[in-house]
Design a protein around this ligand. Structure first.
Ligand code: PMP
Length: 424
């Protein structure tokens, strides 16, 4: 199927055939969901031994009684786990509560209310602004939106954000004080930033407002599907450019153990970590150290963590293969859509022809397949080209995913042909 070269009669014929197939599918009363990137139940079960793992021994390896108050930075064993995941020194890691999103929210608040490392609080600037590579993660955008921080977009490429555009924006506007990045298996495109992107990002601290911070949300740091994909180390790149203060890194075990019941980490330069701790110290006496200890018992060394992630990969691999097979089979030699082939993470991002995405989502919903709302991957929920759709394959069982993808690809074709006819 090639839309650009198709004549009107051909489009009409396609529409008729696709409409018939669509009506048949609608009669099946499906109820399938490809929306949020949640681990499936069998993935969660991989960590069920967390329950009861302490067997009455609440002492951390360094002797800390985790049942009691204290230790804002988290227990040493947890900070080591965070250091392993983010590939940074243990001293630069704070192990927190159950959610990296919470840590990110508080880090943004820290910059906003107090400023990092002695810099001006963002609330005192005339128009503080974050740059958001798009498509991106909707919950990042919601944080900025809630605090009234303006967002501007930068296109994602197959190797990271479009660095020419990003650098130019930063040069032209000293009100830019933040940048959201999901550098490995990006949510949603699945792209991992390459060496050039990471090196150029590490240099932004030289040209940006001194209060500028990169929010390096490495949520999928260890979520490889086949082989290990190496993300260049932003801390090392920043250190060699003398910009270590410009980066804040985040990760969690949310998609490693039990989602929303794990341990989250923030890693930053000593000056940034001091700012974060100062803000936190008024808010909490310390994190849930008992849960931190459970995680350290489950993963005493990096080896156990890696073995555990391979079990996740075994469950996820056929699901990603299923999505990519459907896309390949239906769209490989067409001009109906584009997508990356992620080597890990939780998403496949599909771009329709301009103006078609919301109709695909509507048609799919009517046929019983729920997709992430149109525009969700853009700040303010507005995808200017109306092209991006985030597919989350992890949660449904394989057979359901297979059916959902058959419906999805059909809806892409029908919506595209209708759009082409309307514009012919
Ligand atoms: N960052 C990204 C990029 C994510 O995709 C997710 C989960 N969907 C999170 C953060 C949330 O992580 P947590 O559960 O640690 O808050």
């Amino acid at each position: 199927m090639r839309i650009e070269t198709a004549h009107r009669d051909q489009l009409q014929q396609w529409e008729k055939d696709l409409e018939q197939q669509y009506q048949r599918i609608c009669q099946h009363n499906l109820s399938l969901d490809l929306t949020r990137g949640k681990p499936a139940a069998d993935q969660l079960s991989l960590s069920d031994s967390l329950d009861g793992i302490l067997t009455g021994d609440y002492r951390a390896p360094d002797g800390t009684d985790t049942r009691n108050y204290g230790g804002l930075e988290g227990i040493a064993a947890s900070r080591e786990l965070g250091a392993d995941i983010l590939q940074v020194p243990f001293e630069e890691v704070l192990a927190g509560g159950n959610s990296s999103l919470t840590l990110m929210y508080h880090a943004v608040l820290t910059g906003y209310l107090f400023g990092f490392a002695g810099n001006q609080p963002w609330k005192d600037m005339s128009a503080p602004k974050f740059l958001c590579p798009v498509p991106g993660y909707d919950r990042h955008f919601t944080i900025c939106e809630q605090l009234g921080i303006t967002m501007d977009t930068v296109p994602m490429t197959a190797t990271g954000p479009d660095m020419d555009v990003l650098e130019q924006k930063i040069r032209e506007d000293d009100q830019i004080i933040g940048l959201w990045c999901v550098p490995k298996f990006s949510n949603p495109t699945g792209v991992t930033y390459d060496e050039d992107a990471v090196n150029r990002l590490a240099q932004l601290g030289k040209i940006a407002n001194p209060g500028f911070r990169i929010f390096w949300d490495n949520a999928y740091a260890i979520h490889d599907l086949d082989h290990q994909v190496i993300l260049p180390n932003i801390r090392e790149a920043a250190l060699s450019n003398d910009t270590a203060d410009s980066v804040l890194q985040f990760a969690s075990t949310s998609k490693v153990t039990h989602a929303g019941a794990g341990v989250a980490f923030v890693s930053a330069s000593p000056a940034n970590l001091a700012s974060i701790k100062q803000q936190m110290s008024a808010m909490t006496i310390g994190p849930d150290k008992v849960n931190q200890l459970r995680h350290s018992r489950l993963f005493p060394e990096l080896t156990q963590l890696k073995e555990h992630m391979q079990k996740h990969a075994e469950i996820l691999r056929p699901k990603f293969a299923c999505v990519l097979e459907h896309l390949d089979k239906n769209f490989a030699d067409t001009d109906l859509g584009e997508w990356e082939k992620p080597q890990g993470g939780y998403f496949v991002s599909f771009n329709t022809r301009p103006g078609v995405a919301s109709e695909v989502i509507r048609l799919s919903a009517e046929a019983g397949v729920k997709l992430t709302p149109a525009g969700a991957t853009f700040p303010y929920g507005k995808d200017p080209e109306n092209t991006n759709i985030r597919i989350a394959p992890s949660f449904p069982p394989l057979e359901e995913l297979d059916t959902a993808m058959a419906v999805f690809t059909l809806c892409v074709k029908l919506a595209t042909v209708r759009e082409a006819l309307a514009n012919a």
